[in-house]
Write a protein that binds this ligand. Structure first.
Ligand SMILES: [Zn+2]
Length: 262
């Protein structure tokens, strides 16, 4: 059994202010990256204990460059975004996990809630249902029959994942207080929880179904401003304008993760 663990930074344990994520180069940001490695390693450990033969990891936040290489679990295999796409497509991955996830935009007490761009994406709606990045990961991996078995993040992210995906394993490591602050659980306890969730996630293989909304997907993106809409219309083919701030596309076959983005 092989698994891929995607990471993000917003839902990492101990990351409890917006500045720890946004202010690169500060002590708080360095601490966030160290916690990212600790949360990830706990998940890697749990996945191996749960029966994984190979555990692949992806540095997902802001396009990468967050991992502290010397801290990475020695048995974890790091891959980039291209490698991630290929692995999911390959048929050799049996489970997908997300560590450090965050809720979709418009979530009460969702710490740093957003989808893709907190500056321009207002709502991202698939087949009539508002979605965030958790659903996006599930849609792509589900298209290749890979089940999304485990998530870690704040309480809102875990609740969202379970609302979309059913009874998956999870570790809620903190609670959002409004959008820009969170209260973390004890940091050592968080690592234990994450390890347990990853272990349980491996045991969910075979019971959690891949996430497969009906094709063709109708994807509507609402942006904050009309000029943001104009820019996407110029850049993307096969996208139609619904109104001043909204665009739509239909996806009949999902080949790569980018197919469900704009
Ligand atoms: Zn992120």
């Amino acid at each position: 059994m092989n698994t891929v663990i995607m990471t993000d930074l917003e839902g990492i344990s101990g990351v409890d202010t917006i500045e720890m994520v946004s202010d690169v180069g500060t002590e708080g940001h360095r601490f966030a990256l160290e916690r990212l490695m600790k949360d990830l390693n706990a998940a890697v450990e749990g996945a191996f204990e749960g029966g994984a033969d190979e555990v692949y990891v992806v540095d997902g936040h802001g396009g990468g460059n967050n991992f502290i290489k010397e801290m990475l679990h020695p048995k974890a295999i790091q891959t980039d975004s291209k490698g991630w796409n290929e692995l999911i497509r390959s048929g050799k991955i049996h489970a997908y996990m997300e560590v450090g996830a965050h809720a979709m935009p418009g979530t009460i007490n969702g710490f740093l809630d957003h989808v893709q761009s907190s500056k321009s994406w207002y709502n991202y709606i698939v087949n009539g249902r508002k979605c965030g990045e958790i659903a996006q990961g599930a849609i792509f991996t589900g298209a290749f029959d890979v089940p999304f078995v485990m998530v870690t993040g704040d309480e809102a992210a875990c609740a969202e994942a379970r609302a979309f995906l059913g009874d998956i394993a999870y570790a809620a490591v903190k609670r959002g207080v409004g959008r820009n602050k969170a209260v973390s659980m004890d940091l050592d306890k968080a690592l234990e929880e994450i390890k347990r969730a990853a272990y349980e996630g491996m045991k969910k293989i075979g019971t959690v179904k891949p996430y497969k909304p009906l094709l063709p997907l109708e994807i509507v993106l609402e942006l904050y401003r009309t000029d943001m809409c104009d820019a996407i219309m110029e850049r993307c083919k096969d996208v139609e304008r619904i109104d001043a701030r909204s665009i739509r596309k239909r996806v009949s076959k999902i080949e790569y993760y980018k197919d469900i983005l704009f």
